[in-house]
Structures are given as C-alpha cells and as structure tokens.
Design a protein around this ligand. Structure first.
Ligand code: F6R
Ligand code: MG
Length: 371
C-alpha cells in the first residue's frame, strides 16, 4: 500500500516585514490539520516554518494532486490568513492568488512537493525548506546528492547505487520536460541545470534494476513560479523538497553534505540578488540581514509503517554546519559590498518585474546614437 508525503507551503504574512511566520499562524494551521487528521483526510502532519513561509508537512493515502488534501491545505492557509489580517501581519494572504479553490492547488500560489511511495521496511526522509530563493537553488545540491561521487560515496561503493539515477528536468519557460540518465548523461544534465533560473530539477527516479521501482520518485522539488502565475512579480517561490535516504539511496549524511558548501542562489532582497544559501536550524530561519541571506532548513523524519511522521529532527542544528554558516557570512559581506552592481544584483533579464523597465522607458528619448 502506498503513502503520499505532501509538503505544501505558502507565504501568507510576515512578522515583521518578510522575515518570519507568527506563532499564531502556526497554531491556526495546526488546528486545521488536526481536524483533517481526525476526519481521516490525512494520516499525520507537522507545521513548520522557514522565514515567512508556513510549511504544511503531511502524510496520507490519497495520492499526489488530491483535491481533498489540496483543498484542506488551501483552507488551512485561508484560516491562517484571517489571523494574519487580524494581526496586521505584512503581506497577509500574499501567496493565495485565487479567490476560490478549484480542485488543485497548483497554479494558485502555494508551492508543493509531493511523492507517492511504497514504504520500504524503514523509510528515512528529509524535507528541505528554503526561504528567499527560487527552485533552481536545489539544482546544485540535488545533483550532488544523486550524481556527484565527490559528494556521495555510495555512487562509487554501494553496488545498488552504482548504476546511477534518472533526473526529470523542467524547462520553466517552455513548460517542457526531459529525463536524463546519470552517469552517462552527466554533462548534458549539467549543461541544462547550470542555468538554474531556466532549467530546474523536478524529480529524481531510480533506474531499472534498483530495488525501488523506477517509477517512484526518490526526490521531488516544488517548481511553481509565482510570477508566471500572477502575471506580475510577487516574490520568489521559496522552494521545498522531499528526499528519501539510505539503503541504495544517498545516506542521510550524503543528502546533507551538499549544504556544507553555501552556494550562490538568487533571491535575497527583493528577489533580485545573488547570495549564499545558509543552512540553519529552525530557530535561525528568520532572514534579517538585507532580508537574508537566503536560508535552508532540513527536517529529518522516519515514516512509520502506518504512515506516521516520526520527527522532526532539526538536521542543521549541528556544529558540523557552523563552518558553512561562517562561510555564508563571509560571502554575505563580500556580496553586499557590491551594492547595486551585478553579480550581486541579478542581471537584467531576471529583473523584468521591477522598476528597471520603467527607468529605461523614462530615459528612452535621452538616449542618442554614438558616432
Ligand atoms: C524577497 C522578499 C523581500 C521583499 C522586500 C521588499 O523575497 O520577500 O526581500 O522583496 O522586503 O518587500 P515590499 O516590496 O513588500 O516592501
Ligand atoms: Mg519567503
């Protein structure tokens, strides 16, 4: 029997500004989810936050894209939005882009990562929650987990991983996808996903011959693009991911290892700057300096045979990641010194939804030909 793990998140109000989720929003969402659990819509849940994003982590038996589960999550966000409005929180309801729920939460504002899986004898998973960045921020770490032997020793020395994995990559602009096999197509894969604002890893699957069926994802990343949905820029998507670990998959430590390097991602202040992503425990998931730097939280779980969420373990709450945090601070300082200059500020193509087109328009007739 299959269990579905759903992480559905939305920014429905910040406290203060865009920095973090108010505890009353968490309580409100917890009440809504407790009710859904009682009614049998979901098996189990946990409500977390990362920066200004409220995170619903749920298990159930209704499969991906379930109208019941999505509808219930939408209602939980709506109820929490009411509280956000009462408290006068900043940007209350900002990610609820539609007025009424119509069967599926995709394209309505919230971000979703879901996978339906056959539970193994023991099922360790990690949910990742990022704030102040975009889905492409997962390209580098997911690649390293499942395709880079310098990160994941198991690719070389575990016979069941040695065959490699399959990566489903989405072209965000053209709404197309392609599946690439590693290790044989590693260079092609990197040619795409290095362009992280255009090509994003959506899912990773095992290959034929792995003990997990080749059709069951072992990693999934949320890829909703808010600005495409809303027709105008309303902030970055602050992505989430679910990754399965151990026993023929990257070990827990191999899943976390990519974050020992605080790589540059885009987002940060006004969704318009490059900066390092800092791995933090939940109590540090409150971006403050220049609305950042971008953060990533990792929560560890075991899924019980009945589908209960046994956890969370706040995985970056470990001095082993102090160095990465220190490095992220050094890079933060270095990048900040560039002020409004690229490559701290994003290049023009990524600034489409800001004041820049207006500035250019204003100066249009003052531009003259160069002899
Ligand atoms: C970035 C983010 C913040 C806001 C910034 C300006 O993802 O959420 O950096 O862009 O605080 O916000 P407004 O325009 O709402 O004042
Ligand atoms: Mg956010």
């Amino acid at each position: 029997e299959k269990i579905t793990i759903s992480v559905i998140k939305a920014d429905i109000g910040g406290w203060p500004g865009h920095s973090r989720v108010h505890p009353q929003l968490i309580e409100t969402a917890e009440e809504a989810l407790a009710k859904a659990k009682e009614e049998g819509t979901i098996i189990d849940f946990y409500v977390a936050y990362a920066g200004d994003d409220l995170q619903l982590i749920m298990t159930h038996k209704k499969g991906v894209d379930s109208p019941d589960v999505h509808g219930m999550a939408w209602k939980a966000f709506e109820e929490a939005t009411k509280v956000a409005k009462e408290l006068g929180l900043y940007g209350a309801g900002q990610d609820l882009l539609k007025d009424a729920f119509s069967g599926n939460i995709r394209g309505m504002g919230p971000g979703i990562a879901e996978m339906e899986i056959t539970l193994r004898k023991s099922e360790p998973i990690v949910t990742f929650h990022m704030d102040k960045t975009e889905p492409g921020a997962f390209n580098l770490p997911i690649f390293r987990m499942f395709a880079d032997p310098f990160n994941t020793a198991g690719l070389v020395i575990d016979p069941s991983m040695h065959i490699g994995f399959r990566f489903e990559v989405w072209d965000i602009l053209k709404h197309k996808r392609v599946i690439l096999n590693t290790p044989e197509e590693v260079y092609d894969l990197l040619a795409l996903i290095g362009a992280k604002s255009r090509y994003v890893i959506k899912r990773v699957f095992p290959k034929e011959g792995h003990k997990i069926s080749k059709d069951e994802p072992v990693a999934v990343i949320s890829t909703e693009k808010l600005y495409e949905i809303a027709g105008e820029y309303v902030g970055k998507d602050d992505p989430v991911a679910i990754v399965r670990a151990q026993s023929g998959l990257p070990a827990l430590g191999e899943v976390l290892e990519p974050f020992a390097f605080p790589h540059l991602v885009s987002g940060w202040m006004r969704g318009s700057h490059n900066g390092p992503i800092m791995p933090v425990p939940m109590h540090y998931a409150n971006p403050t300096r220049f609305d950042g730097p971008p953060r990533v939280v990792a929560l560890g779980w075991q899924i019980s045979p009945e589908g209960k969420l046994v956890g969370p373990v706040d995985l970056f709450d470990d001095p082993a990641f102090d160095y990465a945090r220190q490095k992220a601070l050094e890079i933060t300082e270095y990048m900040r010194r560039h002020g409004p200059f690229e490559p701290h500020r994003l290049p023009l193509e990524d600034m489409e939804y800001t004041t820049l087109p207006g500035v250019l328009k204003k100066l249009e007739e003052r531009f003259e030909d160069i002899e």
